[in-house]
Design a protein around this ligand. Structure first.
Ligand code: MLT
Length: 201
């Protein structure tokens, strides 16, 4: 997969795994990663699917209607890539933090839904419920920060709350931050996520 790995200056910090939004790339969230955990190693991954030339992590049939077969396939493909990247770059695959925005938050959510504690923590910015009807693995040792918008035009409040409940029922510790910036990333949520992440170690 197309990606960028930058080794951090502080090896005691977790490695941040970055998942961009639709139309983004592996570089997009590097500035956010620098704010969230200065000194941490980062792995930015470009989604392997193209929608009208725009990279994303899995196919969709329409806005908010996912191609579930492809979503599951891409989830496993990413897990294999993460294992390979850990071996190649020498980062600790037991100490990863996912940072995902929009489509990137959805694939990070799917990785948690399929592989439980693959991430120690996850910063999910404007996520949806990636899949329904799964028996989730235990997320007992996983902490999740969700940044959501009360006026997000593509994610209903109930869907965000459904995701929050699913994660909590699987044992995750979930912290919610509601803002009013629509589907956009806001500096308020980036700063809140940074403060939250500091408390996780
Ligand atoms: C998705 O397809 O994952 C969501 O609709 C978010 C997006 O627009 O990428």
């Amino acid at each position: 997969m197309i990606h960028i790995f930058r080794k951090g200056s502080d090896e005691s910090l977790p490695t941040l795994v970055l998942f961009h939004g639709t139309g983004g790339n592996e570089h997009d969230l590097l500035p956010l990663a620098g704010l969230l955990a200065p000194g941490a190693s980062v792995l930015g991954i470009r989604g392997n699917v193209l929608e009208n030339g725009m990279p994303r992590y899995f196919r969709r049939l329409a806005e908010g209607i996912f191609d579930e077969e492809d979503l599951i396939f891409r989830t496993h493909e990413l897990k294999q890539f993460l294992d390979k990247a850990a071996a190649e770059y020498g980062f600790d695959s037991g100490n990863l933090v996912a940072v995902g925005y929009s489509n990137g938050a959805n694939i990070a959510g799917s990785l948690l839904f399929h592989y439980g504690g693959i991430f120690r923590s996850a910063v999910l910015l404007h996520p949806m419920v990636p899949l329904r009807g799964l028996n989730l693995p235990s997320l007992k040792d996983v902490a999740v920060f969700i940044g959501a918008g009360t006026n997000d035009p593509i994610i209903r409040r109930e869907e965000t709350e459904e995701l929050e409940s699913l994660l909590r029922e699987a044992g995750a510790e979930v912290t919610m931050l509601w803002g009013n910036q629509g589907h956009r990333l806001s500096s308020a949520e980036a700063e809140a996520a940074r403060d939250w992440l500091k408390q996780q170690s």
